[in-house]
Design a protein around this ligand. Structure first.
Ligand code: ADP
Ligand code: ZN
Length: 191
């Protein structure tokens, strides 16, 4: 970790699903709280995998979070005495989230984002590429490929047990859908 003379920067924790992004975000939130820092946690309303009002890791750890519709709401909600702003599932926010993070960091706030760098097709996800470029500190995590045991950098989308096609809609009514961590070589996206 680097030491800065002045407060205010952006950290981005990225990687595939199951790579431990939420776990790492929760760890950083807890440590900031031990240091008596004022922490506010936000997440987009869209993600209701486990909870609307908490950052929840696949291992069951959690921290309370405020659900947000639009990135601009975050600027209105951040209090004057807040030291740390944590944002989970940042890839689901509109592109305005990049400017929001920049503004908070410029104001002297430590901004910690966590999100998917790639979508199920293996392509850059929403605002992720810009955050990767603008962050002072980037942590790229890997899961374990469920097929071969390699470090996994991709998220495999499965619909009724089969690899999702490139053009399959994001929401498939009536289909059973799940995700797996896979490496580059085991990741399948039929055209
Ligand atoms: P993310 O936020 O990146 O989706 P989480 O922090 O929610 O990740 O979950 C990480 C946890 O997921 C791991 O500690 C482990 O318990 C579990 N897990 C499930 N499948 C895998 C996998 N294929 N590789 C690594 N961890 C996995
Ligand atoms: Zn593999």
């Amino acid at each position: 970790m680097f030491f800065y003379k002045r407060e205010g920067w952006i950290e981005y924790i990225c990687g595939s699903m199951f790579s431990g992004k939420s776990e790492e975000l929760i760890r950083r939130i807890k440590r900031a709280k031990y240091a008596k820092q004022k922490v506010q946690v936000f997440k987009p309303m869209i993600d209701n995998r486990y909870s609307e009002v908490a950052v929840v890791s696949h291992n069951g750890n959690q921290e309370e979070a405020e659900p947000i519709h639009y990135s601009s709401e975050i600027l209105k909600k951040v209090k004057d005495d807040t030291d740390v702003v944590a944002i989970d599932e940042v890839q689901f926010f509109d592109m305005g989230i990049v400017q929001v993070c920049e503004e908070l960091a410029n104001r002297g706030i430590r901004v910690i984002c966590a999100g998917l760098d790639l979508d199920f097709r293996g392509e850059p996800f929403g605002p992720s590429p810009l955050l990767l470029a603008k962050a002072e500190l980037v942590t790229k995590l890997q899961a374990i490929c469920v097929k071969c045991g390699n470090p996994a950098t991709r998220t495999q989308r499965l619909i009724d047990g089969k690899p999702a096609h490139y053009h399959d809609p994001v929401i498939m009514v009536g289909a059973s859908e799940r995700y797996e961590a896979r490496c580059r070589h085991c990741h399948e996206v039929p055209g």
